[in-house]
Design a protein around this ligand. Structure first.
Ligand code: PLP
Length: 406
C-alpha cells in the first residue's frame, strides 16, 4: 500500500519534464486568501495575468486561460475552429502528437497523420516539406487545419514552427496552423505572432513553473473569424464570452484564483530574468545534460542535433535493458523521479527534465543520481557523464545576472 506519510530526508528531485518543481516564491503567492472573483481586486489580478502572458507567447492578440490541464486546451483549440467531418493534417512526432490525433478523431474530425517510417518519426521533428507537399495536393482545400507539436515531451525533440508556417504559405493553402507548445512555452523560444500561428496551446506545469491546473489558447484574428463559423459543439471551451469578459479582467465562471496568483508571480520571475536569458539558461543546461549522456556512451532519443529540446533529454537504454527498471532503481535509492518512456518508446528510454526552476547544481545532482543508478543497474558506462557535464558548465559559465539594488 502507498504510504503517503513516508518522507525521506532531503528534498525530492522532480526531474520529469513537467510538472516541474514549483519555486517557493510561487508556492507562497498561491497561499494568499482566495478572493471574490467578481470583486475589484480580482479584476486587477485578471488584467495583470492576461496582459503578462501575452509577452510569454509573444503576441498582442487574446490569450484565453482555462482552469484545466493542457488536454482541455487541446480540445478548446479544435472545437473553437473546426466543424464535424473537417479534415485536419497532423504530424506524428511522438506520444503527445498521437494523443492529440486521437482526440481529433473522438471529436468527429478526420485527421490525416503524416509521419516518417517506424520509430524514425519519433527521433526527428516535423518535416515541413511533407506538409507542403500534402497541402499542394489538396487543391480543393479540404484540409482545414495543420496541427503540430512544438516540443514533443515524449521524445525531447522540437519542431521548427516558422518552417511549418513557410510550408503552408509556399503551398498557398488557407489551413489554420494549430501548435501545441505545452512543454515548450517559457523554456524554448516561441513567437505566436511572428510565426503566424493561429492557435497556440500551452499549460501551466512546465516552463511556467506552476502546478498543473491552468492552460492556454493564444489565438489569431483568423482563428477568431473561424470560430464564428465552426460547428463542433462547445460550451465551456467557447472563446467568445471569455474573451469578452477578459476585457475587464473577469471570467464567465469561477476561475482558478490561487493558480492565477501563482501565474502573476511566475510572470514577474520570468520577465524579470528576461525571456532571452531564460531560453539561454535552458539551452546551456540541456547541452550539459547531453554531454553527460554522450560520455556515458548512451544514445540520445533525438537523432537530429538541430532540434534537440532545451526542456528535456530522452536517454535510450542499451538493447535488453528495461529503462523503467533503471528509473525505479533511481527513485528507490535516490528519491528522484525521471520521466518514463511513453507509447512506442515504453521501456526503451527515460527522460531527464531540465526545465523551469532549474540551475547548474539542480542539473548536476540529477545527473549524479542518473549515473549512480546506471551503475547500480550494471550498465557499462564509457566515461563519467557527471564529469563531462561539470566540464561543460565550467567551460560555458553563465554570466552572473544578480543585480543588487544600490
Ligand atoms: N501535449 C504535450 C506536449 C504535453 O507534454 C502534455 C503533457 O505532458 C500534454 C499535451 C497534455 O497535457 P495535460 O497532461 O496537462 O493535459
Amino acid at each position: 500500500m502507498l504510504k503517503l506519510d513516508f518522507h525521506p530526508a532531503g528534498r525530492h528531485f522532480l526531474q520529469i519534464p513537467g510538472p516541474s518543481p514549483v519555486p517557493d516564491r510561487i508556492l507562497r503567492a498561491m497561499s494568499y486568501p482566495t478572493i471574490d472573483h467578481r470583486g475589484p481586486e480580482f479584476g486587477a489580478l485578471g488584467l495583470k495575468v492576461l496582459d503578462g502572458i501575452k509577452k510569454i507567447f509573444k503576441t498582442t492578440q487574446p490569450v484565453v486561460i482555462y482552469p484545466a490541464s493542457g488536454t482541455g486546451a487541446w480540445e478548446a483549440a479544435l472545437s473553437n475552429t473546426l466543424s464535424p467531418g473537417d479534415t485536419v493534417l497532423m504530424y506524428e512526432t511522438g506520444h503527445f502528437a498521437t494523443l492529440w490525433k486521437k482526440m481529433a478523431e473522438n471529436l468527429g474530425l478526420k485527421p490525416e497523420f503524416l509521419s516518417l517510417p517506424g520509430i524514425e518519426g519519433w527521433r526527428r521533428g516535423v518535416q515541413p516539406e511533407m506538409i507542403e507537399k500534402r497541402l499542394r495536393d489538396d487543391a480543393q482545400h479540404a484540409i482545414k487545419a495543420v496541427c503540430v507539436v512544438h516540443n514533443e515531451t515524449s521524445t525531447g525533440v522540437t519542431s521548427d514552427i516558422a518552417a511549418v508556417r513557410r510550408a503552408i504559405d509556399a503551398a498557398g493553402h488557407p489551413a489554420l496552423l494549430l501548435v501545441d507548445t505545452i512543454s515548450g512555452l517559457a523554456s524554448a523560444d516561441y513567437r505566436h505572432d511572428e510565426w503566424g500561428v493561429d492557435v497556440t496551446v500551452s499549460g501551466s506545469q512546465k516552463g511556467l513553473m506552476l502546478p498543473p491546473g491552468i492552460s492556454f489558447n493564444a489565438v489569431s484574428q483568423k482563428a477568431i473569424e473561424a470560430s464564428r463559423h465552426a460547428k463542433l459543439p462547445r460550451a465551456f471551451w467557447d472563446w467568445k464570452e471569455i474573451i469578452e469578459m477578459n476585457k475587464q479582467g473577469y471570467w464567465p465562471y469561477t476561475p482558478n484564483t490561487n493558480l492565477l496568483y501563482g501565474l502573476a508571480e511566475a510572470l514577474d520571475m520570468i520577465l524579470g530574468e528576461g525571456l532571452d536569458n531564460v531560453f539561454a539558461r535552458h539551452n546551456r543546461l540541456a547541452a550539459a545534460c547531453r554531454s553527460a549522456v554522450t560520455a556515458w556512451g548512451l544514445e540520445i532519443q533525438c537523432a537530429d542535433p538541430e532540434v534537440y529540446s532545451p526542456v528535456l533529454t530522452g536517454v535510450m537504454t542499451p538493447e535488453g535493458v528495461d529503462a523503467d527498471s533503471v528509473r525505479k532503481l533511481i527513485y528507490e535509492h535516490f528519491d528522484m523521479s525521471l520521466g518514463t518512456g511513453l507509447g512506442k518508446a515504453k521501456g526503451r528510454m527515460f527522460r531527464i527534465g531540465h526545465l523551469g526552476d532549474c540551475n547548474d547544481l539542480t542539473l548536476m545532482a540529477a545527473l549524479t543520481g542518473c549515473e549512480m543508478g546506471l551503475k547500480l543497474a550494471g550498465i557499462p558506462l564509457q566515461e563519467s557523464g557527471v564529469a563531462a557535464a561539470m566540464d561543460y558548465l565550467t567551460e560555458h559559465v553563465a554570466k552572473p545576472e544578480l543585480k543588487v539594488a544600490a
